[in-house]
Design a protein around this ligand. Sequence first.
Ligand SMILES: *Cc1c(COP(=O)(O)O)cnc(C)c1O
Length: 372
Amino acid sequence: MRIYLSRPDITEKEIQAVTDVLRSPNLSLGPKLPEFENAFAKYSGVKRAVAVNSGTSGLYLCLLALGIGKGDEVITTPFTFIATSNVIMMAGAEPVFVDIDPVSMNIDVGAIERKITRKTKAIIPVEVFGNPADFDKICQIAEKHKLIVLEDCCEALGSALNGKKAGTFGKMSVFAFYPNKQITTGEGGMILTDDDDLADMCVSLRNQGRAKAGGWLSHERLGYNYRLSDINCALGMVQLSRVDEMKTKRQQVARWYQENLAGDDRFVVPTEPAGCDINWFVFVIRLADRFTRQNREEILQKMREAGVQVSNYFTPVHLQPFMVEQFGFKPGDFSVTESIADRTIALPYYNNLTKDEVKIVCDELRRAVDSL
Ligand SMILES: *Cc1c(COP(=O)(O)O)cnc(C)c1O
């Protein structure tokens, strides 16, 4: 590959911080865990932060802490990473999909209320690719119908809507730190909430159901090992301290793409909607409606052959084989999602991508489309 889809941004500072932990006696449940949690809570302006070993385990613990399970329905979007709906099924509840808005690519606010039943307990909206555009309206609907909002902001660290940060819209919210996210801990996640009881429950659940007081071999409830080690937390501390610097770089790369692709009606290029300040997770353009899925596949293939790593974020969740098998979903069930998913191209996007590399990517993209 000449140009990768994603690259972590690790400096000597991160390496030093990780090394310091390795030289200490506390590799897990040491001082770096509360340090990272407190710094994250402070950055987000939320009362409590609970670190866990992945975004997926964070979302799952939130559902458990909220008491959502068998017999409950949870509304979410089929245009997301698979974890969003997997956690609903892991908790024993049923995912109820609502199609997406074609502009924001987030859950279609106008279609949510039709899917609310007596069984509906929560909505899990996702800030897809980092875009928080529809969150105010989602929260209004949830309030009206007394539903809990669990915010899957795993793709939106550093984004904001009208000055309000991602991670502050839900009753609980979850970030993720896999290496392709805005900041990384290798693997990891963070639960945020203003509710002490929910936070305490997550602290217990991530650590084998241990009680606050009671000791290492006292287990108050069924729990898990979803702890985040001090090695990961030390890495996260440094990454979090650089989040604004990294956001500036990411926004610059986005602008280079926007400038380079401007005025070409073959592409729909992401822009910031009014009121949004977006720290993009990935930079996903779309082919115009006249192109087919087959066209997109050929373009991906040609770009890869040219050494440019690209991807097709996302394939619709409801059409994943195990979802079809369990729920009987079929093509056409969520037509906006499917139509958009057929035409997306995630372009290489990371902090240190250069202007010259952006030009290479755009040239290869045009060359691939020209040759269809
Ligand atoms: C990354 C991501 C997650 C969680 O991912 P992990 O790999 O478990 O950390 C959840 N939801 C969305 C939308 C994501 O992009």
